[in-house]
Each structure stands twice: as C-alpha cells, then as structure tokens.
Design a protein around this ligand. Structure first.
Ligand code: 5RP
Length: 226
C-alpha cells in the first residue's frame, strides 16, 4: 500500500474528478484546498469546457488566473455536475461543509447541479456528522439568538473570527461554528435549522447531498456512490 500525504490525497481526488467533467459544458466548482487541486487539474482541459460557475471569490480568482471563464450563476440554468470538497461526509453522502466560509454559495451552485461529486481525503469520512464544528452563516444581528437556540440542543456556538474581528463572508454575513452536536438525522436537522430566523445557510448538506464521493485512501481513490 502506498503512503500518501494528505496533500497528495487531495491532488489524487482532484485529478480523479476530471472524469466527471462533461466536455463542452460549464462545470460547478466548489471551494477549499481540495478543490484548489481540482481547479489546477481542470486547467489541463480548459479548452474542452465552456467554463465554470464558482462558489466563492477565492475559487473565482483561481479559475480566472488559469484562464478558465467564470459565469455568474444567474447566466446558467442548470449544470451537469458540481465538484466540491467537504469537512465531513457520512455513509449516506450527507456532508458538513463551510470550513472555508463558502457554504451559502456552495449550496446554491449544488442546488442548480444535477449531480454532486464530493472530493475528500479519508479523514473526512465519519459515521455521524458533528465531529467537525458545524458552520452556520447568519445575519449578524441574529447571531446570539441563534447561538442560544443551538445551546438548547446541546451545541456550543462560537462566532468565527479573523484577524481579531468577526469573519465576514463573501455575502457580508457572519459564521457561527457549533461544537457538540451529533447529527443523526441530517435531512431533518437541515430543514429545521434552515427555518430559524437569521440563519442564512446551515452547513449540513442533506438536501444537496453527494451523489458520488471520490475518497482518497491509502490504497488510492475509492469511488462511493449514494
Ligand atoms: C468550504 C468548504 C470546503 O469544501 C471544506 O471546508 C473542505 O475544505 P478542504 O478541501 O480545504 O479540506 O466547505 O466552505
């Protein structure tokens, strides 16, 4: 068995994801260090795709720097495939996402895509979602009230900070990271929390779960279908 570093596993799954890109079409592109490997690999076929819809300013900048045309989501009715990483993925393809603060746009692009290909190294695989602090994008004035709602469910919410001030997302909002949850019913949880006033996006992806996961393991890339 080959011993890959985590970085090498990310590169392996990023490369493997090219097989899911449909030539001639626009591809949905996520955010994060694993997706950065995918974007770098995508440059090798940039003349064979129409372009990309991106889920963050960071991915847009990387795509554009490599000469890949970036379309606004409103210009595109639907996408065949969306490729993105995850902070956690369970045995049913439900995910926790938002470690890179891009969860809202990620959910939007995933929703306009017919399939979601998750690229992740094996450290992301969990039995029950909740080990990774759950990111929730919130309207700033609702942050403390939402934190209290999580506390009532046994979760401890912290405002995500950057350089000593609350992190501001691409959408001008804040992020709560919630520890101590065990999310055994991802779909029910996502539907419930999404209704709370002031919640922009909860980082559970159950409505937009993965259809395929390309998991980087010590034995190579494992393909899991849901
Ligand atoms: C960004 C995300 C990422 O997909 C998630 O954080 C995984 O990132 P990485 O590939 O760097 O581990 O949801 O908002």
């Amino acid at each position: 068995m080959t011993s890959y570093s985590q970085d090498e596993l990310k590169a392996l799954v990023g490369q493997a994801a090219l097989h899911y890109v449909v030539p001639g079409e626009i591809v949905g592109v996520g955010t994060g260090s694993t997706v950065n490997k995918f974007i770098d690999a995508l440059a090798s076929m940039k003349d064979r795709i129409a372009g990309a819809v991106s889920s963050s300013e960071a991915s847009t900048a990387r795509l554009a720097a490599l000469g890949i045309r970036v379309f606004d989501a409103n210009e595109v009715e639907s996408l065949s495939v969306y490729i993105d990483g995850a902070d956690e993925i369970d045995g049913g393809g439900h995910m926790v996402k938002g470690g890179g603060a891009a969860l809202t746009r990620e959910k939007i692009v995933a929703a306009q895509s017919r399939s979601f290909v998750c690229i992740a190294d094996a450290s992301k695989r969990v039995d029950v979602l909740g080990r990774f602090p759950l990111p929730v994008e919130v309207i700033p004035m609702a942050a403390q009230r939402i934190a209290r709602q999580f506390a009532a469910q046994g979760g401890e919410a912290r405002l995500r900070m950057k350089d000593g001030v609350p992190l501001v997302t691409d959408n001008g909002q804040h992020i709560l990271d919630v520890q101590g949850l065990q999310i055994r019913d991802p779909l029910g949880f996502e539907m419930q929390v999404s209704q709370w006033p002031g919640v922009v996006t909860v980082g559970v992806f159950a409505c937009q779960k993965a259809n395929v996961c390309l998991l980087g393991t010590p034995g190579g890339v494992e393909t899991i279908r849901y």
